[in-house]
Ligand binder design. Structure first.
Ligand code: CTP
Ligand code: MG
Length: 230
């Protein structure tokens, strides 16, 4: 089992409100970006990392690669104005037709064991995504009024990584561009092709750092994992 991974990292982190790319914020003295990169550096099955970045961030990112001694080849591409465009730019540089993963650089807690379960599934089906069953009761709301209560047992919160056969994801991105379709995840582009997507259960710790509260949760997850190791 081998794969390459695209890490979109070209966002501005507006909801985090840190005044800079949230991936530069530190957890236990190490930037979020480095935490995420280290997972894929550690994983022997990962044979390439394509990082989509905003050119404004490049000098600072390069300094971090040196400071934290990132040895696995990280290939930089220029991101776009939307996450989907950043990933498309990265995907265009992928030549071989193996397995490609897309993983938000803002999710530093992904576990290698889950990555491997996902890739194994995608090798069989062509497409697989990771997520967790919804915990809250979910309702649709319109004009300030509850419209309906949605059956919770069929609802899942979707995370990354998402894994695909390279040619399938490339077809999906080309079609989305042609149709001017903008999705909120990669699987939604593949769904439009009518291709089935397997669902793999991950864990609730694989959070995306989005708003300031997420930083407290992230510190707690990190501490818990450090306790488990020692
Ligand atoms: N991303 C990207 N290119 C963009 C927008 C987002 O590569 N044009 C990346 C982010 O860097 C992040 C991931 O996609 O790793 C998920 O996006 P999100 O959590 O929305 O991050 P931001 O866009 O940075 O945050 P915000 O939406 O609050 O500005
Ligand atoms: Mg965003």
């Amino acid at each position: 089992m081998t794969y390459q991974v695209i890490l979109p990292a070209a966002g501005r982190g507006k909801r985090m409100g840190a005044g800079k790319n949230k991936l530069l914020l530190e957890l236990d003295g190490i930037p979020v970006l480095i935490h995420t990169l280290r997972v894929f550096e550690r994983d022997a099955a990962c044979n390439g990392i394509i990082l989509a970045i905003n050119s404004q961030d490049e000098p600072e990112f390069q300094l971090l690669f040196k400071r934290f001694n990132m040895t696995k080849k990280v290939c930089l591409v220029t991101g776009g104005t939307e996450r989907q465009y950043s990933i498309y730019n990265a995907l265009k540089t992928v030549k071989s037709d193996g397995m490609i993963l897309v993983h938000d650089a803002a999710r530093p807690f992904i576990q290698i064991e889950h990555i491997h379960r996902l890739v194994e599934k995608a090798e069989k089906t062509g497409a697989a995504i990771i997520g967790v069953p919804a915990k809250d009761t979910m309702k649709t709301v319109k004009d300030g009024l509850v419209a309906a209560t949605v059956e919770r047992s069929s609802l899942w919160a979707i995370q990354t990584p998402q894994a695909f056969r390279v040619s399938l994801l490339q077809d999906a991105y080309e079609r989305a561009e042609k149709d001017q379709f903008l999705g909120t995840d990669d699987a939604s582009l593949v769904e439009r092709l009518g291709h089935p997507i397997a669902m793999v259960e991950g864990d609730y710790e694989n959070i995306k750092l989005t708003t300031p509260e997420d930083l407290y949760i992230a510190e707690a997850i990190l501490k818990k994992r450090q306790r488990e190791i020692s």
